[in-house]
Design a binder for this molecule. Structure first.
Ligand SMILES: Nc1nc2c(ncn2[C@@H]2O[C@H](COP(=O)(O)OP(=O)(O)OP(=O)(O)O)[C@@H](O)[C@H]2O)c(=O)[nH]1
Length: 326
């Protein structure tokens, strides 16, 4: 059973790629394992509705819990292996791919039944250089890549793109590098590549197969979530979230949310990577679905209290414009 690991730093475009894989016609059925950072799951809601089987791993980071949850999920998938052709794993943006890849070699049962096809690393062309200076996870994700998708090329000038590509090449001289906007690469350049090469990995990391990888997360990166069942007033929320993104964008590595706007039948999705904010209507709320608004912030030293305060003032039943003054 081929396994593709999708990795890449926070907000690079992993879910965008996953959604393409799940919607395009390629005649294959995938079982998907998604791991996300933050206690309130959002990613699963941002993945297109699909017939494929999607498993969430929210209780911890995949690179720290590989021995447990990941192995158990893969073993349970193997018992139903007639239902799909391959497995896709989307790691969190903060995961080190090495321990994830290692699982496919050091666990006997998993090793016999699966084959690591490729580590695909999605890169945000605009933010990569800065990420590499601050986050060793971003380095590791590139060093282990078999295929690099140099995404968001729409956000950088050609000279900057060249500099980013040169930096990637210095970290990883052999990976195939594909440029993309919204991960629009032909999927046969990503899937079923048989590209993972254990010998190359052992050159990069000679102790790759040794038992425990001591992966240390960047402790300064933390996450918090805000949740409310009260309807949100878009006239308050939209200017407020723009203000927050501008004011705290440098430290805000990632923000995503699903909002229930008053009188609006559709879910509204907001996302930011640093100061770049996007928002759009999404599918309608389903009949049985609770209209709960959720925001997840991932960053360094973000003022949770202040942000929470502002968010709660965006509730439609709060008679105030104070949110804007947060
Ligand atoms: N301008 C631009 N935006 C993009 C591109 N690809 C993705 N985005 C946007 O970037 C944001 C992050 O994309 P995702 O696919 O959710 O990124 P991710 O890597 O799954 O994010 P995490 O799982 O939170 O680490 C979203 O708002 C996307 O719409 C691109 O090529 N250009």
């Amino acid at each position: 059973m081929p396994v593709t690991v999708l990795t890449g730093y926070l907000g690079a475009g992993k879910t965008t790629l996953l959604n393409r894989i799940l919607t395009e016609q390629h005649g294959k059925r995938y079982a998907v394992i998604v791991n996300e950072f933050g206690e309130v799951g959002i990613d699963n809601d941002l993945i297109v509705d699909t017939d494929e089987e999607v498993f969430e791993m929210n209780n911890g980071c995949i690179c720290c819990t590989v021995r447990g949850d990941l192995i158990r999920i893969i073993e349970s998938l193997m018992r139903r292996r007639d239902r799909f052709d391959a497995i896709l794993i989307e790691t969190t943006g903060l995961a080190d791919p090495a321990p994830v890849a290692q699982t496919f070699f050091v666990d006997d049962d998993v090793r016999q039944k699966t084959k690591l096809d490729a580590i695909v690393t999605v890169v945000d062309a605009k933010h990569l250089l800065c990420e590499l200076d601050h986050a060793h996870e971003a380095q590791e994700q590139l060093a282990f890549a078999d295929i690099v998708i140099l995404n968001k090329t729409d956000l950088v000038a050609p000279t900057e793109l060249k500099a980013v590509e040169a930096r990637i090449r210095r970290i990883n001289p052999t990976a195939a590098i594909r440029h993309s906007i919204r991960c629009n690469v032909p999927l046969d350049e990503v899937l079923d590549r048989a590209a993972f090469d254990l010998n190359r990995v052992l050159e990069v990391e000679p102790d790759f197969l040794d038992a425990e990888h001591d992966h240390e997360h960047d402790d300064h990166v933390t996450s918090f979530s805000l949740v409310t069942e009260a309807s949100i007033d878009p006239r308050k929320f939209l200017p407020w979230i723009q203000m927050i993104t501008q004011k705290f964008g440098i430290d805000m590595l990632r923000m995503k949310g699903i909002l229930a706007f008053k009188g609006d039948e559709d879910r509204f999705v907001v996302q930011a990577v640093h100061m770049l904010l996007e928002g759009d209507h999404y599918r309608p709320w389903k009949k049985m679905e609770k209209r709960v608004s959720r925001l997840v912030f991932i960053g360094r030293n973000l003022p949770k209290g202040l942000i929470e305060d502002g968010f709660l003032k965006c509730r439609a039943d709060v008679d105030s414009v104070e949110a804007l003054n947060a």
